[in-house]
Design a protein around this ligand. Structure first.
Ligand code: FAD
Length: 680
């Protein structure tokens, strides 16, 4: 392979697997030592000269941290950017919800951090299923992100002396997380938004708000445009460009209940998959340990309590089953259980990392305690997150300064104030604890991209949460914001030039071309089909059923039988969707139910992909826990001999046919692959 091979995605090698031809994917990782690859790449990649940039149009779908940072950077570089989002303002992208922080290897705390350590922690946190070269690059550019954001005016928390403050997140023994109270995503997005609007004002970025990408248009094998629906008028419109960048976020809402914003969907990603982009590691779904527990059947949203709370909050359940039963019956409250009768099970099981073990480990440990009957709420599906010890040590003012808005949010939702003093006994002050339980939060899987963030369709790029690239089987806290901004500000603006370098010789493509006609007609026909089903069930009722199937069969603990059953149920649900869906209203004008129906059609396909991938991966790693594959202590048991690869699924022409599995073998040069250890 040449150092900067220009062949996209698929290498010449094919193999017979289960009677279908499978491909070995070429990730186009530059040669040389891991620490030098990115520098080498930038030194040798092709560039686009300033005059030619003026001739090139780039479509960026999404205005979250990934999309807004990419669109503003590309605009500033001189490209003409068309930037789309479904909300009425780029500022309402789901990234705004991010609470806890963003990682960077600045080592401001002088606690032994380094680019290497951030790289190592991320690969280890991902249970050795991430691509080494990508993760190194991510750690390398992490520091630039903080500088960029500070220059934009992002109000990161500071120490008394003026230095930027840091706190700790799971899977790390250093404090490398930069934050702005519990509103880090919002502040970072305001920074990216101001850069974006600067380019809008300069005429380099044209914004299309309330537009939803429905399809990608492929011409001569390359992504050359999109079909988007104006969500207000209902009209389908065509847009052409020299490259298309997808930055549309994750697919967690397939599970119906998740911490994601209600509008999060995977339609753009799935449509790219239907057109030939591969979907990698879809079974790697993150279940976050600290969410407010489900409280009833009519709930449509779950609320995250940021991982940052685990810096000072201690997680526990009672030691005695009688106390757990009393808590479930409501005859005792958390503060009635004396300190010596509390089981701080994370500190007990993982002394080296304590409450700051990675999310997959913390979630499974909570499930294990609740499965054994030690859950603390009326459903038995909750554990305590308690600040008593830290309030006593630091004072309520300090704790409120750190987490005030999270405490307020918890109180607004549950009517319990976690900072409220209840009683003192034996020198220990008891405060009301929070109750938390794991919930679907983030998706590590996504569109397969090579080192240059290009999918298997030339000219189609994927960045941010919608690609699969950097987190392996489990993402560490505060690393999603880092990845989205790394992709948008510092990686794609380089790598896309390697593709665009020879594109300026082509004239702008007219949207009257037959490929645009065909794509628009297909989208229109599909919307008509959905409206004409005229069945009896609402979108939400079918979506909720999908969520139940996925949580039950493809959730925290997965088995062969459960997954097979799940796939059967999902297929039956697709049939139900296709024959018994009811969508009110018309194609013209605003029709939110119709938009949701399109999302649901794609969540069903995504759900089946998650289950199919989980069924094939006969090992446990990170967020993918196969109950058949665990150690005696209940820890995930990987099978590196057979599954040390990225699994990338290829669509086979219709939603019902099982996709073909292609593989990208993982190659580690400097990290020794071993069993994860957070105990010592
Ligand atoms: C509650 C919560 C808290 C979090 N806290 C943290 C944290 O503290 N630290 C951290 O690192 N990570 C955190 N995360 C994860 C992180 O917020 C996300 O992974 C990240 O913000 C995703 O950014 P993105 O740009 O990839 O996508 P998003 O922010 O989801 O943006 C997607 C964009 O795509 C657009 N879009 C979607 N579909 C279409 C379509 N078909 N057509 C047109 N436009 C479309 C949307 O309008 C939007 O503009 C948190 C996640 C949640 C749910």
């Amino acid at each position: 392979m040449s150092r900067l091979s220009r062949i996209s995605g698929i290498s010449g090698t094919t193999r017979k697997n289960q009677n279908k031809m499978t491909k070995v994917l070429n990730s186009r990782i530059p040669e040389g030592p891991v620490a030098q690859k990115w520098t080498e790449f930038k030194a040798h990649q092709r560039l686009v000269n300033p005059k030619n940039k003026l001739k090139l149009d780039v479509i960026v779908v999404g205005t979250g941290l990934a999309g807004a940072s990419a669109a503003s950077s590309l605009g500033e570089m001189g490209f003409n950017v068309l930037n789309f989002c479904i909300q009425d303002s780029p500022r309402r992208a789901h990234s705004i919800a991010a609470q806890g922080g963003i990682n960077a290897a600045k080592c401001y705390q002088n606690d032994g951090d380094s680019v290497y350590r951030l790289f190592y922690d991320t690969v280890k946190g991902g249970d050795y299923r991430a691509r080494e070269a990508n993760v190194y690059r991510l750690a390398e550019v992490s520091n630039n992100i903080i500088d960029q954001c500070v220059a934009q005016g992002v109000p990161f928390a500071r120490e008394y002396g003026g230095m930027l403050a840091n706190r700790s997140f799971g899977g790390a023994q250093v404090s490398r997380t930069f934050y702005a109270k519990g509103q880090t995503g919002q502040q970072l997005l305001l920074g990216a938004y101001s850069s974006l609007m600067c380019q809008v004002n300069a005429g380099k970025v044209k914004l299309y708000t309330r537009y939803e990408m429905e399809d990608v248009v492929i011409i001569d094998g390359r992504a050359r445009g999109i079909i988007a629906k104006n969500l207000v008028t209902g009209k389908l419109e065509r847009f052409s460009g020299n490259a298309v960048v997808i930055a549309t976020g994750g697919y967690g809402n397939a599970y119906f209940l998740s911490t994601n914003a209600m509008g999060c969907n995977c339609t753009a990603a799935i449509q790219c998959y239907r057109k030939g982009a591969m979907m990698a590691n879809p079974s790697y779904v993150q279940i976050h340990p600290t969410c407010i527990p489900v409280h009833g059947d009519n709930q449509s949203k779950l609320t995250l309590m940021s991982e940052s709370l685990r810096n000072d909050g201690r997680i526990w359940v009672p030691k005695n089953i009688e106390d757990a039963k009393a808590l479930q019956a409501g005859t005792k409250q958390g503060w009635d259980i004396p300190e010596q009768d509390r089981d701080y099970y994370l500190e007990r099981r993982y002394p080296a990392f304590g409450n700051l073990v990675p999310r997959d480990v913390a979630s499974r440990a909570a499930k294990e305690r609740c499965d054994k009957g030690f859950g603390v709420n009326n459903t038995g599906l909750a554990v305590f997150l308690d600040f008593s010890e830290s309030i006593q040590r630091l004072g309520i003012n300090e704790i409120r300064q750190r987490y005030g808005n999270l405490f307020d949010m918890y109180e607004e939702i549950t009517d319990v104030n976690p900072g409220e003093f209840v009683r003192s006994e034996g020198g220990f002050d008891y405060y009301k604890p929070m109750m938390i339980f794991p919930a679907i939060h983030y998706t590590m899987g996504g569109i397969w991209v090579d080192y240059e963030l290009q999918t298997t369709i030339p000219g189609l790029f994927a960045i941010g949460e919608c690609n699969f690239s950097d987190h392996g089987a489990n993402r560490l806290g505060a690393s999603a914001l880092m990845q989205g901004l790394a992709d948008g500000y510092f990686v794609l603006p380089y790598t896309i030039q390697n593709y665009l370098a020879d594109q300026s010789i082509w004239p702008r493509l007219s949207t009257d071309m037959p490929e645009f006609d065909e794509a628009e007609k297909a989208v229109d026909a599909e919307l008509t089909r959905l409206l004409n089903i005229k069945g009896k069930r609402s979108v939400d009722s079918i979506h909720k059923e999908l969520g139940h199937i996925l949580w039950e069969h493809v959730g925290m603990g997965r088995t062969k039988e459960g997954l097979e059953e799940g796939i059967k149920l999902i297929k039956a649900l697709r049939q139900e969707f296709n024959t018994n869906l009811f969508v009110p209203g018309a194609k013209e004008g605003l029709n939110v139910e119709l938009d949701k129906a399109v999302h649901l059609r794609d969540f069903i396909l995504m759900g089946e992909l998650i289950a199919t991938d989980a069924l094939h991966r006969e090992e446990s790693c990170g967020g993918h826990f196969r109950e058949e594959h665990q150690t005696e202590e209940g820890e995930a048991k990987r099978d590196d001999e057979h599954f040390f690869y990225v699994g990338a699924w290829e669509y086979q022409g219709n939603d019902d046919t099982t996709p073909v599995l292609n593989k990208e073998p993982l190659e580690y040069e400097i990290i020794k692959v071993q069993t994860r250890n957070y105990k010592n």
